[in-house]
Design a protein around this ligand. Structure first.
Ligand SMILES: NC(=O)c1ccc[n+]([C@@H]2O[C@H](COP(=O)([O-])OP(=O)(O)OC[C@H]3O[C@@H](n4cnc5c(N)ncnc54)[C@H](O)[C@@H]3O)[C@@H](O)[C@H]2O)c1
Length: 346
C-alpha cells in the first residue's frame, strides 16, 4: 500500500491532502502540532479539523510532532518508509513573520530542510511536494505597468497577459520575512532535486482556499471575508482602493495537481499554481460576488496604508503546469468556491 506523509495535516491544504489520499486508500500519516493556534490564537485552532479527519478517514494516523524537531522527524522517517511527502506545514502570514522572525524561519526554512534531509536519508525514491508561495516573487510584480479599471487593477504589459510565470525574478525586491523564509525552503527543495536527484516538486501558490480554512484576519483572505460578510462584521481594506487582484484556487484542485505530479515527477521542477486569470478578482469584486451569493456584505472601512509588500495585482500563469500535466483540470470556479465556503460557514 502506498504510504503518504502530510505535514500541516490539520491545516487547509494538509487536511485536503489527507482526505484525497485516504479516498485513494493510501495509508496517510499526518504531522501537525496545531502551531496555527499558537500563531493566530483560538480562531486559528485546527483541532476540529484533526478530529474530523480522525473520525472520517479510515487510513489516517495523526502525529502531534513539530517539524522543527529534527530528531523526532528523523525517527518518523526511519519507521515510515514513505512513497510521497506533501509538505504543507508552515507559518503562513507576512505580518506574523515580522512579529516572530525566528519562529517563522525555524518553521518555514529549517523545518523544510529537516524534512528534505530525512527524505534523502530514509526514502530517497519518494516524491516530495513543497507547498511554496507566490510571495517568493516579493513585490516584484508591483513593478509591472498596470491599468486601472472601475473595480480592479490589471496588467498593462502584454507579456503578463496570462499572468505571472515561473521565470519571474525572485530577488532584489521586498519580500517580507515570510517571503524570505518560504523562498529559502523553495530553493532548498529545488536543490535537493537538482543536486541529489530527489523527486522534489515546488508549487508556488496563489490564494489557496476552501471551506476547511481556519480563516483569520492575517491569513486566509477569502474565508475571512466570507465569514465577516455572513455576520455583517467590520472589514478593513488596506490600500490600493480595494482593487487589488488575487487568483483563488480550491484546495481540492491543488491536491489533484500534486497527485498528477506525483505520478510522473520531474525532479526540482517549479510550478506556479493558482486560480489563474479565470479565477482572478479584486477585493471589491469579491465583496459583490459574496453579496450576490449570500445576500450579505461586510461593513467596509478603508485604510490608505497597504500591507507592506502586498501585491497590487497577481494572477498565476498556469501554462507551464498545464503543458507538463495535460491531464489536470481545475474543477472549481470562483462562484463555486464562495458558495462552498459560505455553506460551510453558515
Ligand atoms: N492559503 C494560502 O492562501 C496559501 C497561499 C500560498 C501558499 N500557501 C502555502 O501553503 C501551505 C499550507 O498553507 P495553509 O493555508 O494550509 O496553512 P494552514 O495554517 O491552514 O496550515 C498549516 C498547518 O501547519 C501546522 N504547523 C505550523 N507549524 C508547524 C510545526 N512547526 N510543526 C508541525 N505543524 C505545524 C499548523 O498547525 C497548520 O495546521 C503553506 O506552506 C503556505 O505557505 C498557502
Amino acid at each position: 500500500m502506498m504510504r503518504v506523509l502530510v505535514t500541516g495535516s490539520s491545516g487547509l491544504i494538509g487536511s485536503e491532502a489527507v482526505v484525497f489520499f485516504d479516498r485513494l486508500k493510501f495509508h496517510v500519516v499526518g504531522v501537525d502540532n496545531n502551531m496555527r493556534a499558537d500563531f493566530f490564537g483560538p480562531k486559528g485552532d485546527t483541532t476540529a479539523n484533526r478530529d474530523r479527519l480522525q473520525a472520517t478517514c479510515r487510513h489516517f494516523e495523526h502525529h502531534n510532532l513539530d517539524i522543527r524537531d529534527r530528531q523526532a522527524i528523523d525517527l518518523l522517517f526511519a519507521a515510515g518508509k514513505f512513497d510521497l511527502i506533501i509538505h504543507a506545514a508552515a507559518q503562513p502570514s507576512h505580518d506574523l513573520a515580522a512579529l516572530r522572525p525566528l519562529d517563522d524561519f525555524d518553521v518555514n526554512a529549517v523545518g523544510t530542510l529537516n524534512l528534505l534531509e530525512a527524505t534523502r536519508r530514509h526514502c530517497p525514491d519518494a516524491v516530495f511536494v513543497y507547498v511554496s508561495t507566490n510571495k517568493v516573487y516579493g513585490d516584484g510584480p508591483n513593478r509591472i505597468a498596470l491599468k486601472e479599471f472601475e473595480t480592479r487593477w490589471d496588467y498593462a504589459d502584454a507579456r503578463y497577459e496570462q499572468g505571472i510565470a515561473e521565470d519571474f525574478p525572485v530577488d532584489q525586491c521586498l519580500h517580507s520575512l515570510f517571503g524570505v523564509s518560504k523562498l529559502a525552503g523553495d530553493v532548498m527543495a529545488q536543490e535537493y532535486g537538482r543536486y541529489f536527484g530527489l523527486k522534489t516538486g515546488i508549487f508556488r501558490g496563489g490564494c489557496l482556499t476552501g471551506p476547511q480554512h481556519a480563516g483569520v484576519e492575517l491569513h486566509g483572505f477569502l474565508n475571512y471575508l466570507v465569514m465577516t460578510a455572513l455576520r455583517e462584521g467590520p472589514y478593513t481594506i488596506f490600500g490600493y482602493k480595494g482593487k487589488q487582484v488575487r487568483d483563488q484556487i480550491h484546495s481540492h484542485d491543488v491536491i489533484s495537481a500534486f497527485w498528477e505530479f506525483a505520478q510522473n515527477p520531474r525532479p526540482g521542477a517549479v510550478y506556479n499554481l493558482g486560480g489563474g486569470k479565470q479565477n482572478a478578482a479584486s477585493l471589491l469584486e469579491c465583496v459583490e460576488l459574496i453579496c450576490q451569493i449570500t445576500g450579505k456584505r461586510p461593513k467596509l472601512t478603508y485604510s490608505d496604508t497597504n500591507r507592506i509588500g502586498d501585491h497590487i495585482c497577481y494572477y498565476t500563469d498556469l501554462r507551464k503546469f498545464q503543458r507538463d500535466y495535460p491531464g489536470w483540470q481545475m474543477t472549481y470556479d470562483l462562484p463555486q468556491i464562495v458558495e462552498q465556503i459560505a455553506q460551510f460557514a453558515a
